[in-house]
Design a binder for this molecule. Structure first.
Ligand code: HEM
Length: 198
């Protein structure tokens, strides 16, 4: 997020410790994040049609990813996983805006490290959501402004710091790091596909 570096600072101070799984994931997906940031940032979030397309693009990736991770047993690794699910929230916002969910296929066969890599992308998207929520909340269209269940999900809860603690304590040998990075890149690619197809 280059254009909004100031907000980025406020949300995530530059305290990414070297040698952690998070720093490896962050470095390996920085380019994908930057591209996605530009793609998702191009949606006109204050207009009903632009926000609907943004939510459709997000839901196309988020719903099947969450479901696949639940199915793979991620709750054994992330104990508060249920609290993190945003499927119901995004479906409610889409219903309010007359949008449609078109879930993309997710490649099955997550390893434990792969689940963490994919969850890193989903959980990280909350940091961007805080920035985007400021835009939708200021929309002159009251339906757009009110449809904040997805972008506002988990506000006030320490979901990101708690996730980072799990990531910090996870195995991070070369195999686990590679698996986490692969899964994170696939998750970013799924969001990019969602944006391309909406
Ligand atoms: C316009 C859309 C987006 C904006 C404005 C945005 C903005 C941000 C900001 C401000 C941060 C925290 C600062 C930083 O660490 O660099 C962040 C981190 C992150 N975002 Fe985004 N983001 C957007 C879209 C997304 C999407 C769609 C995803 C994933 C599907 C995503 C994944 C992540 C991840 C994984 C991190 C954590 C990076 C770290 O380890 O520090 N972002 N984003």
């Amino acid at each position: 997020m280059l254009a909004q570096a100031a907000s980025a600072e406020a949300i995530a101070p530059p305290s990414v410790r070297a040698g952690t799984l998070r720093s490896a994931l962050r470095a390996a997906t920085a380019e994908a994040h930057q591209a996605l940031d530009a793609t998702f940032g191009a949606f006109e979030l204050q207009s009903r049609s632009g926000y609907r397309r943004f939510l459709e693009a997000s839901a196309a990736a988020l719903l099947p990813l969450e479901a696949a991770l639940s199915e793979a047993g991620i709750a054994a690794i992330i104990p508060d996983w249920e609290q993190r699910l945003r499927a119901t929230s995004i479906a409610a916002d889409l219903a309010a805006l007359g949008g449609t969910v078109r879930p993309l296929p997710v490649r099955p066969g997550f390893t434990a490290a792969g689940m963490l890599g994919a969850a890193y992308v989903l959980e990280g998207s909350r940091l961007g959501a805080r920035v985007l929520l400021k835009q939708t909340a200021a929309s002159p269209d009251p339906t757009v402004a009110a449809a904040s269940a997805y972008l506002g999900h988990g506000a006030g809860l320490p979901l990101w710091p708690r996730f980072l603690t799990i990531l910090d304590n996870a195995a991070r040998g070369p195999r686990e790091t590679g698996e986490a990075i692969d899964a994170a890149r696939q998750a970013f690619a799924l969001f990019a596909d969602g944006a391309r197809l909406s």
